[in-house]
Design a protein around this ligand. Structure first.
Ligand SMILES: *Cc1c(COP(=O)(O)O)cnc(C)c1O
Length: 371
């Protein structure tokens, strides 16, 4: 196959065909001088609400602040513990740390999601929240997690930064518990042109609290009724998101199509452990990432790199419990430790052409001598 260059994520091309429409939307915002808490943000919040079928959607500064504000609104703080998978972004643990609570890290399973069987043994008298990360565009088995939360009287707050549009049993990621959070970082499923995030909830109290917290405790009449901070989603980013939301479901279908191509092209290579294939079963996966495991990771990464295909290892190569500076422990998590010697992300985004994907597949097959 003819050589080509496949970047991991193509930032300059991320808008695809919607580039002109996005430029027009930005220009329109500038002409109106409408930058902070304006109608494009309200419109985006309404669209997100109806897309996810939830009662409240609040645009905030980014996905990390979304977690922070959701935790604060739920009253989580000093002395509380929050259970999460170690295979998550440091932001999940960081948000818990910054409200004064303690992240308790557990193992994941072969689908790379939090292993529900590891949650119950991690529960203590201080546990208040289970915080599943809906990783790589997949939603965890929320029946199992909800059963544990119910039994122990715990809240569920989902870090769905990587899972907008993903579903479990026809219910969207982010809508299962007290609150769900999203990130609109450019490389996320729904990316804006900078930082952005949102909190969604069906709980009126939580929705109201997050709305106050993101704007200095100011209510609709302009009165300061509580403490708060500045964590608003920029109106200009909301305008960009309004354009991008129009083609969002098509973008997700394209990601599932690429996942099918990878699945078909790579499934017979025994040394590779692939993510679950797109299915019509309980899980509707939208492939924020395509995370594989292979024992020859370093060699494969080098082989691909020599052929102009850029792959990366998620989180820079370390799950949260291995970040020594944070000193969270535990010292070992068997599945996570083993997989972090083997896991890597193949290019997965809507700028890839079928030829790009075929080139990645052909190159991996040639690495394994399959021609
Ligand atoms: C991206 C991400 C975040 C943080 O989102 P930002 O918008 O970058 O703050 C949190 N959790 C997970 C799992 C993420 O992938």
């Amino acid at each position: 196959m003819k050589s080509r260059t496949v970047p991991f994520f193509n930032y300059p091309e991320m808008l695809g065909e919607s580039k002109q429409e996005v430029l027009d939307a930005i220009s329109n915002v500038i002409d109106r001088g409408a930058y902070i808490l304006q109608k494009d943000l309200t419109e985006f919040e309404e669209s997100l609400k109806s897309y996810l079928n939830v009662k409240h959607a609040i645009g905030v500064a980014d996905g990390t602040n979304a977690l922070l504000l959701a935790l604060r609104a739920a009253g989580i703080g000093e002395g509380d513990e929050v259970i999460m998978a170690s295979h998550t972004y440091v932001a999940t643990a960081g948000a818990v740390h910054y409200v004064g609570a303690k992240p308790v890290l557990v193992d994941c399973g072969p689908d790379h999601m939090i292993d529900p069987a590891q949650i119950e043994p991690a529960i203590s008298a201080r546990t208040k929240v289970i915080m599943p990360t809906q990783l790589n565009g997949r939603t965890a088995d929320m029946d199992k997690i909800a059963a544990i939360a119910d039994k122990h009287g715990l809240r569920i707050i989902e870090d769905a930064a990587q899972a907008l549009g993903s579903k479990f049993k026809d219910q969207y990621a982010g809508t299962f518990g007290t609150a769900g959070t999203f990130s609109f970082y450019p490389a996320k499923l729904l990316g804006c042109l900078g930082d952005g995030g949102a909190v969604v909830t069906n709980d009126d109290f939580i929705g109201e609290q997050v709305r106050l917290l993101r704007d200095h405790g100011r209510d609709d009449s302009g009165e300061f009724v509580s403490w708060g901070t500045n964590s608003r989603l920029d109106n200009i980013q909301a305008a960009v998101l309004n354009v991008r939301l129009k083609s969002f479901d098509r973008d997700l279908l394209r990601r599932r199509e690429i996942a099918s191509l990878y699945q078909q092209g790579l499934c017979e290579i025994e040394n590779l452990h692939l993510p679950p294939a797109p299915s019509r079963g309980d899980h509707y996966d939208v492939y924020q990432n395509y995370e594989i495991e292979c024992a020859e990771r370093q060699e494969l990464l080098a082989y691909l790199s020599e052929r102009n295909i850029r792959c990366i290892v998620q989180w820079g190569g370390k799950p949260v419990h291995q970040l020594a500076a944070l000193d969270l422990g535990p010292s070992s998590l068997p599945y996570t430790d083993e997989m972090f010697k083997k896991c890597m992300l193949l290019p997965m985004n809507t700028t890839l052409s079928n030829d790009d994907v075929e080139y990645v597949i052909a190159t991996i097959r040639s690495f394994y001598g399959n021609k």
